[in-house]
Design a protein around this ligand. Structure first.
Ligand code: HSE
Length: 311
């Protein structure tokens, strides 16, 4: 094989109470990376589309290249690889844009080399991509994008990543208002400490969400989708957040919160029809009251993760 094109999905990180420890993949949107073998040693980014010229082609700054480079170095490979990165989702959206590129890049590189490593083994390289993108090697976007499904990062040191089963009838609506929130900025305003009562409320909900997913208990999932730590601090960065969330809950969402570091807001519900209706209402709330246009994405949890589009 000389050339391969890989799609990696967007992700909803944090999922309410699980700051840096929960994330799940969605069907759409996602990024595509084309990797081609070359005679010149190392990784080069030869093309980026869909980024409005905002992303660096420098292999030490581009998340797809950083992840692919990490893989080559780990393997001690002298191979050359050229990457074309096709951004199919907005930057700074809370949809795990940098993660999807890193995952597509490293999966494509690994496949070109004959798949010496498993998907799971590629995770540390994608986390380095996140470090370059926002200063923190958080795994709650890259892990679900790479492995599919709903992921719990039980521990970072040592890394312990667990895939959690999800109910078949769980639907996700993600609405992206057209403003940008940089993950780095959203991380800076996180509280540095939390009180014990806040901790108790938060870890009750994190455990409740996992219990609800295992038990297919949608009510429990909804009750647990409450974030006392990140959402209160970060919702200030999202005009109309409170109202848009209320709109989703009023239309029957199980729960709703900020997707990753925002500004996208997600809602979970128990049918496709409801998920679509909720998306439309959230979109309308932003347009009518805040003159903010937005994109709506509705899908089930993406259990597959990255997909080879062509080779
Ligand atoms: N857990 C990360 C954060 C996700 O909230 O900063 C960023 O998409």
């Amino acid at each position: 094989m000389h050339k391969i094109k890989v799609f990696a999905p967007a992700t909803v990180a944090n999922v309410g109470p699980g700051f840096d420890v929960f994330g799940f993949a969605v069907e759409q949107p996602g990024d595509e990376v084309v990797a081609t073998l070359s005679d010149t040693r190392g990784v080069r980014v030869i093309e980026i589309t869909g980024d409005n010229g905002l992303l660096s082609k420098d292999a030490d700054k581009n998340t797809a290249a950083v992840a692919a480079k990490g893989l080559l170095e780990h393997l001690g490979s002298n191979q050359g690889i050229e990457l074309s990165v096709h951004k199919k989702m907005p930057l700074g959206s809370g949809l795990g844009s940098s993660a999807a590129s890193a995952v597509a890049g490293v999966v494509a590189a690994n496949e070109l080399l004959g798949a010496p490593l498993s998907r799971r083994e590629l995770l540390p390289f994608t986390m380095e991509g996140e470090r370059v993108a926002c200063g923190a090697a958080h795994a709650d976007n890259v892990a679900p994008s790479l492995l599919g499904g709903f992921i719990l990062i039980r521990s970072y040191d040592p890394l312990d990543v667990i895939r959690i089963p999800t109910p078949e009838n769980l639907w996700c609506t993600v609405v992206h208002p057209h403003i940008e929130v940089r993950t780095e900025d959203a991380r800076r305003i996180m509280p540095k400490e939390i009180s014990i009562p806040t901790g108790i409320a938060q870890w009750g909900n994190t455990a409740g969400l996992i219990a609800g997913l295992f038990a297919n208990d949608l009510e429990l999932i909804g009750r647990s989708l409450v974030d006392h730590v990140a959402e209160p601090a970060r919702s200030q960065l999202i005009p109309g957040f409170t109202e848009v969330k209320k709109t989703a809950l009023r239309l029957g969402a199980l729960g709703s919160s900020i997707s990753g570091s925002g500004p996208s807001v997600f809602a979970l519900s128990d049918s496709q029809e409801k998920a679509k209706r909720i998306g439309q209402a959230m979109h309308d709330a932003w347009t009518d009251r805040y003159s903010l246009d937005s994109d709506v994405f509705v899908s089930q949890i993406n259990k597959e993760g990255p997909r080879i589009i062509s080779q």
